[in-house]
Design a protein around this ligand. Structure first.
Ligand code: HPA
Length: 271
């Protein structure tokens, strides 16, 4: 069933693109601008892609864009699907399996998130070095899809060391102070309470957000090389004496978008 759907989706996409993308980049809330700068771009709205659901989250355009960046052919997802939108874990991670089935070896995931580390500031960029799945679900629950990976996949080397090192090098060249830390995945759509944030801090989290973890687990299961980058758009609930808002998240991500895009561009150039 899944295999048939994947084949249909991949056939549909392959008819529209030049060659197999060298990397896929999922652009999170407010970070979609990077895709607008691709050369010879071909955009496919999610509604047109068989098996895809539609993107309802604010700041998510909802299309796949294929094109060249610094000579490398890449695939950008301008917007993703979230668990809080009411989709199943299978639906939100379907694009990851499509990316694998297309033959693309590398997946760069980006997101906007709240900082748990009080030293972080809005607009900071953070590379995810590990995660805590606090979403209450796992995308691999259900019959194992043997064509993608094994029943009990190892999660000790999910974030690819070589890609991480390349990201560090690129950040250094651009004089970007790239933070590193543990991302806590939370279902949302409500933001966390101050008590939950204190708990996540005690658990060793550096940042919290409502995405990425399901995609990372699915990507790791099927052997994609993963790099994950976050934009800290706010300090998490209760750290400052001010309420959080979705609008603020999009606004700060938009402002950091230029820096984020420069870093992505450099990374794409060398991977
Ligand atoms: N919590 C969860 N998700 C988020 C946040 C936050 O503080 N900021 C941006 N996405």
């Amino acid at each position: 069933m899944l295999e048939k759907q994947i084949r249909e989706t991949v056939d549909y996409i392959k008819r529209k693109i030049e060659c197999v993308p060298e990397a896929a980049i999922v652009l999170g809330s407010g970070l979609g601008g990077f895709a607008d700068s691709l050369e010879d771009a071909v955009a496919i709205p999610y509604e047109e892609i068989p098996g895809f659901v539609t993107s309802t989250a604010p700041g998510h355009k909802g299309q796949m864009v294929f094109g060249k960046k610094k000579g490398n052919y890449v695939l950008c997802m301008q917007g993703r699907f979230h668990y809080y939108e009411g989709y199943t874990m299978a639906q939100i991670t379907f694009p990851v399996r499509v990316i694998k089935a297309l033959g693309t070896p590398k997946l760069i995931l980006t997101n906007s998130c709240g900082g748990l580390d009080p030293k972080f500031e809005p607009g900071d960029l953070m590379m995810i070095t590990d995660h805590i799945n606090f979403m209450g679900a796992n995308p691999l629950i259900g019959p194992n899809e043997d064509m993608f990976g094994c029943r009990f996949p190892d999660m000790t080397k999910v974030y690819n060391k070589e890609l991480a090192q390349k990201a560090r090098t690129c950040a250094k060249e651009l004089s970007i102070d790239l933070k590193e830390g543990v991302y806590v995945g939370y279902s949302g759509p409500s933001f966390e309470t101050p008590a939950e944030i204190r708990m996540f801090q005690m658990l060793g989290g550096s940042a919290v957000g409502m995405s990425t973890v399901p995609e990372v687990i699915t990507a790791s299961h099927c052997g994609l090389e993963v790099l994950a980058l976050s934009c800290i758009t706010n300090l998490a609930a209760g750290i400052l004496d001010q309420p959080l808002s979705g609008e603020e998240v999009i606004e700060v991500a938009g402002k950091a978008g230029q820096k984020f895009a420069e870093l992505l561009e450099k990374i794409v150039e060398i991977i």
